[in-house]
Design a binder for this molecule. Structure first.
Ligand code: HEC
Length: 694
């Protein structure tokens, strides 16, 4: 007994001295599923499971979890980032890719690094949000990508820049909001675009030490007249028709990158078409490789290995940029090196990642565009009318998808995947489009198809759930109702818990087996980021960034405005929880629902308002929200005083007086345009006030 005690003591000493040792963050440490003290990569380890082996916080004691400490992050806005933890230091990104390094012992900011994104952005400030999903860490350096298309290496100790690489052409409407991935002394990054101009998607790997380009892979083929880069591009070109390259083609990869150490491959989740509407992009049909697919590439060379396309010939913005999660599954009694993926289109895919062959696919939510996936051909079976070929069509899901980028986790202990899902149809129509003469837009929104939330959206505004899905049975294990969209990602632990923040500001712990809610904490701020867990000096903590933001908060209008996380009202914080934590949350303002300004004496000219609607839809909607209803990313212009006065509006919009706050400059707008915007906003303000008084 005594001996055993002594050995235990020695082992504890050994463990604590190991914990103090400098972890070399490399392929071996990022692969190691067993170590739980650190969170070294976006999805914790290369499997992207977001499953922690830590058990100190578990189903039996989670009720004692409390706020232990917090860090105020004044001036920040969207907080989407998955923090990384390396030996008691935390690294996360806030708005505009600013990196924070936080010492988890002193609980102070050690350094921040500001890549000055808006200074570099120029006209591109129109097309990206402040959102950033996080950093990568590799051998003493932290890597971040920026809205203006740079990839930066920063010394993890000092916060000083080591190198910078411009990964996009600054004249093109491309941006980055994803977290880079590190493997084999390379750093991988993609980019976003497609809705606001002609883009051709690609991913690039850079040398982690020098920042030099190692390889680049294009996700759609270019103009055949220029010659294809290789035989893979020539193969992909056979699936396109017409002059697709004039519109870029798209396929941009803004999220969904998973390195697989077992096959030394990187899986790339690819985006939608540019433009969305296939009739314009590829008029005689075709699958349009590699849109809306998973493409497996050799990690050293970027050479093509295999692909699986989830949405052939996409025409709804059903991109496949969502998480790609790796696991060893047992299917029909056989071990399978599996890959799991739940893209926007509503299906959950299990793929044999040794070959890229589809094993199974079932619907996880309402998807009316296809009946099922034919396992023989691996293709979805589409429903007549789904391509809005007969005019207006109400289709589930809309462009927000059944599942979006919000993290899916997977527990090898329960065998279940945990992900937030939603049910949000949109009406699609292209009856006013002229495919033959359609031109790609330049830094403004036009996907070649009109899409709007149908009347049904008003009724379904809270149709959101946390889903536990059994990937082997392809069946729901349990489902919990969530507040209306836009709910963030999940994390699961060997303590049999699933943690998820919610759109309404609650952080909840569920029992992983059956979804029973065991613990709730009201953070009083909208949550858009997933939680992480780790140890400091042998004690388990859970941390979460609170701060509403990202795409849903920007463009989704009513759907996300319902929570009242209005622009500039609520604080931004890093919250850290521990067993028996007793820190009280500082006072926090209540949710604020927009009070539209109604000017009774303002005579609305319907024709002007209509013109204003068009300008708003193309230039303002992506940040100020559908129908002038802001979801919290930017001020609600129906409530703002600024549009009431032409001078003030001109100053902000045309003269760019708020550029350094993220409000882009629109030099081209005339006083007539501004007047049209005024009429449109007054119209929407009146409609909003009327709806609120009902
Ligand atoms: C890329 C995102 C983005 C786009 C696109 C955008 N805005 Fe903004 N806008 C913002 C942000 C962020 C702010 C808040 C800036 C601040 O904090 O001062 C803002 C502020 C404003 C304000 C000041 C509101 C107030 O009460 O302070 C007005 C007016 C405005 N925008 C009008 C427009 C119009 C009109 C368009 C389209 C022509 C537009 N914006 C397009 C992000 C955007």
């Amino acid at each position: 007994m005594q001996n055993r005690y002594r050995w235990g003591f020695l082992a504890a000493l050994l463990v604590s001295s190991l914990a103090l040792a400098d972890t070399v963050v490399d392929g071996a440490s990022i692969t190691d599923e067993q170590q739980g003290a650190n969170w070294l990569s976006f999805g914790r380890t290369y499997s992207e499971q977001r499953f922690s082996p830590l058990t100190a916080i578990n189903v039996d004691n989670v009720k004692q979890l409390g706020l232990d400490w917090l860090l105020e992050l004044p001036g920040e806005r969207s907080l989407l980032s998955t923090p990384l933890v390396v030996d008691g230091m935390m690294y996360f990104t806030a708005s505009y890719s600013v990196i924070y390094a936080v010492d988890l012992r002193s609980r102070q900011i050690a350094w921040t690094y500001d890549p000055k994104v808006l200074d570099a952005a120029g006209e591109r400030a129109r097309i990206f949000w402040d959102s950033n999903r996080g950093v990568a860490y590799w051998k003493g350096k932290v890597f971040v990508a920026t809205g203006d298309g740079r990839l930066l290496a920063v010394d993890a100790k000092t916060g000083k820049q080591v190198w910078s690489a411009q990964t996009t052409d600054p004249t093109k409407p491309l941006y980055i909001n994803g977290a880079p991935r590190a493997f084999r002394d390379k750093i991988l990054i993609g980019n976003g675009g497609t809705e606001v101009g002609a883009t051709r998607g690609y991913v690039t790997a850079y040398d982690a030490v020098t920042g030099e380009q190692a390889w680049r892979f294009y996700l759609v083929p270019g103009n055949p007249a220029d010659g294809f880069e290789d035989e893979t591009q020539a193969m992909a070109a056979k699936t396109w028709t017409g002059e697709w390259w004039k519109h870029g083609g798209g396929g941009n990869s803004w999220h969904g990158w998973t390195y697989d150490p077992e096959f030394n491959r990187i899986y790339i989740g690819t985006g939608n078409g540019s433009p969305w509407n296939r009739k314009i992009r590829s008029p005689d049909g075709g699958d349009n490789l590699f849109l809306c697919a998973i493409v497996a590439l050799d990690a050293d060379t970027g050479k093509y290995a295999w692909h699986y396309q989830t949405t052939p010939g996409e025409t709804w913005d059903y991109n496949s940029n969502m998480d790609i999660v790796l696991a060893d599954l047992s299917i029909d009694g056989k071990p399978v090196k599996a890959l799991m993926h739940a893209p926007k289109n509503g299906f959950f895919y299990v793929i044999d990642r040794s070959t890229g062959k589809l094993i199974s696919a079932e619907k996880i939510g309402k998807a009316t565009w296809a009946t099922h996936v034919d396992l023989k051909t691996g293709r979805p079976v589409e429903v007549p009318g789904a391509r809005y070929e007969d005019g207006e069509e109400l289709i589930y899901p809309g462009p927000f998808g059944v599942h979006n980028w919000h993290a899916m986790s997977f527990s090898p202990a329960t065998g279940l995947a945990y992900l937030p899902i939603l049910e949000l149809p949109f009406v699609f129509t292209d009856k006013d489009e002229k495919p033959a003469t359609w031109q790609s837009p330049s830094f403004e929104l036009d996907p070649g198809v009109r899409f709007s939330p149908g009347d049904e959206v008003e009724l379904k505004i809270d149709a959101a759930w946390l889903l536990a899905w059994d990937p082997v049975k392809q069946k729901e294990a349990w489902k919990v109702k969530l507040p209306g969209v836009w709910n963030p990602g999940t994390m699961t632990t060997a303590g049999s818990l699933v943690f998820e923040g919610r759109a309404d500001g609650q952080l909840v712990a569920y029992r992983a087996q059956d979804g029973e809610s065991l613990w709730t904490f009201d953070t009083k701020v909208g949550i858009s980021a997933p939680p992480v867990t780790y140890e400091v000096d042998g004690k388990q903590y859970i941390s979460l960034l609170v701060g509403w933001g990202g795409g849903g908060a920007s463009a989704a209008g009513n759907v996300t405005a319902q929570h009242g996380w209005a622009y500039g009202v609520h604080p931004r914080r890093l919250l850290t929880f521990a067993l028996d934590g007793t820190t009280a949350l500082p006072p926090t303002p209540a949710p604020h629902l927009t009070q539209p300004v109604v000017q009774e004496d303002f005579k609305i000219d319907p024709q002007l308002a209509d013109g204003g609607n068009t300008i708003y839809g193309r230039k303002c909607l992506i940040c100020h929200g559908v129908g002038g209803v802001a979801g919290g990313y930017a001020p609600d212009l129906r409530e703002s005083q600024v549009p009431l006065y032409l001078e003030a509006l001109r100053d902000v919009v045309v003269n760019g007086s708020r550029h350094e706050r993220g409000m882009p400059q629109f030099k081209e707008l005339t006083d007539k345009d501004l007047t049209a915007l005024q009429h449109y906003l007054r119209y929407q303000a009146r409609a909003g006030a009327k709806a609120a008084s009902k």
